[in-house]
Ligand binder design. Structure first.
Ligand code: G1P
Ligand code: ZN
Length: 544
């Protein structure tokens, strides 16, 4: 094999964010940009030589050429074998599953998740470790440091590998195996959930669903699992063709971007369950007939009901949620007598807790839920969890959630995003907020008294590492809370996220619109943070 050492210079902007490095496609297309980052990954790892690496992506524009580049770098850097998803496709949870199943030393996943795709849109790359989960901070920091010092990368000569045909190939000394992207994952789902119970219900229409794959990676997974293995009618899966630009749409499963699904779920023809997943298949949105389940509630309902499902019949070791996620799951954990961990935003913080067996379920308000079956959040897994739950309980989504609220209380919840802000203005807002934190506790407002205000810092109970500056928490009386932080996944400008929450224990008051139930807190957040003043915006860009 011809190993070529290419001289290069650092780009200076390759700091991984909440979930890997995300940039515009045009940025990744600059000569050496992708190569520098991939070489920085290899230089940050100790024990990959001769080992197996998993490689795949969400199929977005630039996935294919990037994959060929990475194969050449992997060969030149001494990787033993690469498992590539057929067509270069692996959903993020499937990649996690494959890394674990085949004992790989890690994986490189090409995705910008729910960000739009296409030549003018976004691309991303992240490294997952041998446990199948996003690289921990110490690795992402090492990658970033390497990227600032890089002076050369190693690549290999030779032609392109045919990634569409299953089977074996070689790049020099390195073996390449093109694997079926769907089967391992589908088999795992069959282990966790009661397919025997669900199949007759789904195939007869006694239980109906509409799954929106958003022209992203989950289409082939949904066809195999929901249609072929569970027998649901073909019309149960919509937008099931993966497209490089997601059909021009935004592959983010929320009320704003899954409009057709939401309309169907509010129509006379609404099925029992509506669901959608994002670009790389790790997010999920759950809807019932005329009913929206917040991701925070979804996590809490899952925790309260997990024992009804085969994969979780032994009970839960514990649960975890990201800090901005509502505290609904905390109440369930309290009743079950199991630990509940509060982690910073981003799935990587759940990895240690899962590996150490401290938690079984975890989730984020940003449409992410998952369990110890892999080390990523998992969209289709969540859909199957809900389907299985509806099949066992014989109730509608709304009945399940309302019964949950009656028992545990309802944590009214909303997130307001201010997108595309001037970076300086957003930083000034956060700086002013932090400076004012010590004065907040004890102040009284229409929304209640502020009990405590801090900048969230997390000490990992497994490895003792500390992550500070993870978002502002303002706790009020009545289990109310305002959280503010800046997004770490955007590719242009800054995004301010404001998360608002309040507990309502009285069943008679649990049926309100969250924007109404939370209006005093929403106004207070603007008042304390000076959102309008700093940003010039009078309303958020997206409300979820
Ligand atoms: C967002 C979500 C976060 C999630 C991440 C990756 O990050 O808020 O919960 O883990 O995407 O899907 P953010 O843009 O807020 O940094
Ligand atoms: Zn995603």
């Amino acid at each position: 094999m011809d190993i070529i050492t290419v001289k290069t210079r650092p780009f200076g902007d390759q700091r991984p964010g909440t979930s890997g490095l995300r940039k515009k496609v045009k940025v990744f297309q600059q000569p050496n940009y992708l190569e520098n980052f991939v070489q920085s990954i290899f230089d940050a790892l100790d024990d990959y030589r001769g080992q197996t690496l998993v490689l795949g992506g969400d199929g977005r524009y630039f996935n294919r050429p990037a994959l060929q580049t990475i194969l050449r770098l992997a060969a030149a850097n001494g990787v033993g074998r690469v498992l590539v998803g057929q067509g270069g496709i692996l959903s993020t949870p499937a990649a996690s599953c494959v890394i674990r199943k085949y004992g790989a030393c890690g994986g490189i996943i090409l995705s910008a998740s729910h960000n739009p795709g296409g030549p003018e849109a976004d691309f991303g790359i992240k490294f997952n470790a041998a446990n199948g989960g996003p690289a921990p901070e110490k690795t992402t920091q090492a990658i970033y440091r390497n990227s600032l010092e890089i002076s050369r990368y190693r690549t290999a000569g030779g032609g392109e590998i045919d990634i569409d045909r299953l089977g074996a190939a070689r790049v020099g000394d390195m073996a390449v195996e093109v694997i079926d992207a769907v089967t391992d994952y589908a088999d795992m789902m069959q282990q966790l959930f009661d397919f025997e119970l669900m199949r007759p219900l789904l195939s007869s229409g006694r239980l109906s669903l509409c799954f929106d794959a958003m022209n992203a990676v989950t289409g082939p997974y949904a066809r195999e699992i929901l249609l072929r293995r569970l027998g649901a009618p073909a019309a149960s899966v919509i937008r099931d063709q993966p497209l490089e630009d997601f059909g021009g749409a935004h592959p983010d499963p929320n009320l704003a971007h899954a409009g057709d699904l939401v309309a169907r779920m509010h129509s006379d023809a609404a099925p029992d369950l509506g669901a959608a997943s994002d670009g790389d298949g790790d997010r999920n949105m759950i809807l019932g007939n005329g009913f929206y389940v917040t991701p925070s509630d979804s996590l809490a309902v899952m925790a309260a009901n997990a024992q009804l499902l085969p994969g979780y019949a032994a009970g839960l070791a514990g649960v975890a949620r990201s800090m901005p996620t509502s505290r609904a799951v905390d109440r369930v954990a309290g009743e079950l007598g199991i630990p509940c961990f509060e982690t910073p935003t981003g799935w990587k913080f759940f990895g240690n807790l899962l590996d150490a067996g401290k938690i079984t379920l975890c989730g984020e308000e940003s449409f992410g839920t998952g369990s110890d079956h892999v080390r990523e959040k998992d969209g289709l897994w969540a859909v199957l969890f809900w389907l299985n739950l509806l099949a066992v309980r014989g109730e509608s989504v709304a009945q399940v959630v309302r019964a949950h609220w009656r028992r545990f209380g309802r944590n009214y919840y909303t997130r307001h995003d201010y997108e595309g802000l001037d970076t300086g203005a957003a930083a000034a807002l956060m700086d002013a907020l932090k400076a004012g934190l010590p004065q907040l506790a004890g102040q009284r407002f229409a929304a209640g008294e502020i009990l405590q205000a801090d900048d969230f810092s997390y000490r990992d109970p497994v490895d003792g590492s500390t992550s500070s500056g993870q978002g502002i928490r303002i706790m009020l009386a009545g289990e109310a809370r305002i959280v503010l932080r800046l997004s770490g996944t955007g590719t242009s400008g800054a995004t301010l996220r404001v998360y608002i929450e309040k507990l309502e224990s009285d069943p008679a008051l649990q049926g309100q619109d969250p924007q109404v139930a939370l209006q005093d807190l929403i106004a207070l957040a603007d008042n304390i943070a000076g959102i309008g003043r700093h940003t010039g915006r009078s309303a958020p860009s997206v409300i979820t």
